[in-house]
Design a protein around this ligand. Structure first.
Ligand code: AMP
Length: 219
């Protein structure tokens, strides 16, 4: 299964991608994770990306396209993958189509996870992430047992720089202007399926599961 997960920041793409990856036995390819890793490694690419990400803007298309293309050519993607956070611009979507044409491996489906803006801000502003193991918590909906401490490994819980409210609003604007047009792009290609992104993680996962399952049954 080769699938793209589209949706605004805070729609739960990362969480749902991980759940779906486990179910479909596919690789999870997250553009944000690859970029954060490059920042943590201190590579040249990471140094370019760091200030851009902190502002909630998009890293230049060429940089991200190269990163993703390399990742999709790795052996674990041969059996399928869930693309999370890529493409985010029309140029990225067109580049992806070109790469997949060369690989003779077209996309099976594009899921658009849709959530209202107020919900998104609430979700993102309360999000906390373990610096050590990457586990996610939320101050209201999934609080850790001890404030600021990861339940899974005892590591420190931090708020991402780009999860501060001003930056969140900026990221949502960037999504509307640059990424939302991809919904029409993939709709025209007949690949788009819309998912109601409200409710609990389990409810959204079930909707996705139904949709992906239905898609797999088609001839
Ligand atoms: P995410 O973890 O998907 O919310 O991504 C975090 C940040 O990484 C974004 O706000 C962007 O600065 C950058 N980023 C992630 N994916 C892309 C992409 N496809 N194109 C450009 N920048 C990206």
């Amino acid at each position: 299964m080769r699938l793209v997960l589209l949706g605004p920041p805070g729609a739960g793409k990362g969480t749902q991608a991980k759940l779906l990856t486990a179910k479909c036995d596919a690789a999870h390819v997250s553009a944000g994770d690859l970029l954060r890793q490059a920042v943590a490694d201190g590579s040249e690419l990471g140094q370019t990306a760091k200030p851009i990400m902190a502002q909630g803007a998009l890293v230049p298309d060429g940089v991200v396209i190269e990163l993703i293309e390399k990742r999709l050519r790795r052996p674990d993607c041969a059996g399928g993958y869930i693309l999370d956070g890529f493409p985010r611009t029309l140029r990225q979507a067109e580049a992806l189509s070109e790469v997949l044409k060369l690989l003779h491996a077209p996309l099976d489906m594009v899921l658009s996870v849709e959530v209202s803006e107020d919900d998104l801000v609430r979700r993102l502003a309360g999000r906390r992430i373990c610096r050590a193991c990457g586990s996610m918590f939320h101050v209201d909906t999934k609080p850790p047992t001890r404030v600021g401490v990861c339940d899974n490994c005892g590591g420190p819980l931090l708020q991402r720089d780009d999860d501060k409210e001003d930056t969140i609003r900026h990221r949502l604007r960037v999504y509307r202007e640059q990424t939302e047009p991809l919904i029409a792009y993939y709709n025209t290609m007949g690949l788009l399926r819309r998912i109601d992104g409200h409710g609990t993680i389990e409810e959204i996962a079930e909707r996705i599961h139904q949709t992906v399952g239905d898609g797999q049954e088609q001839p």
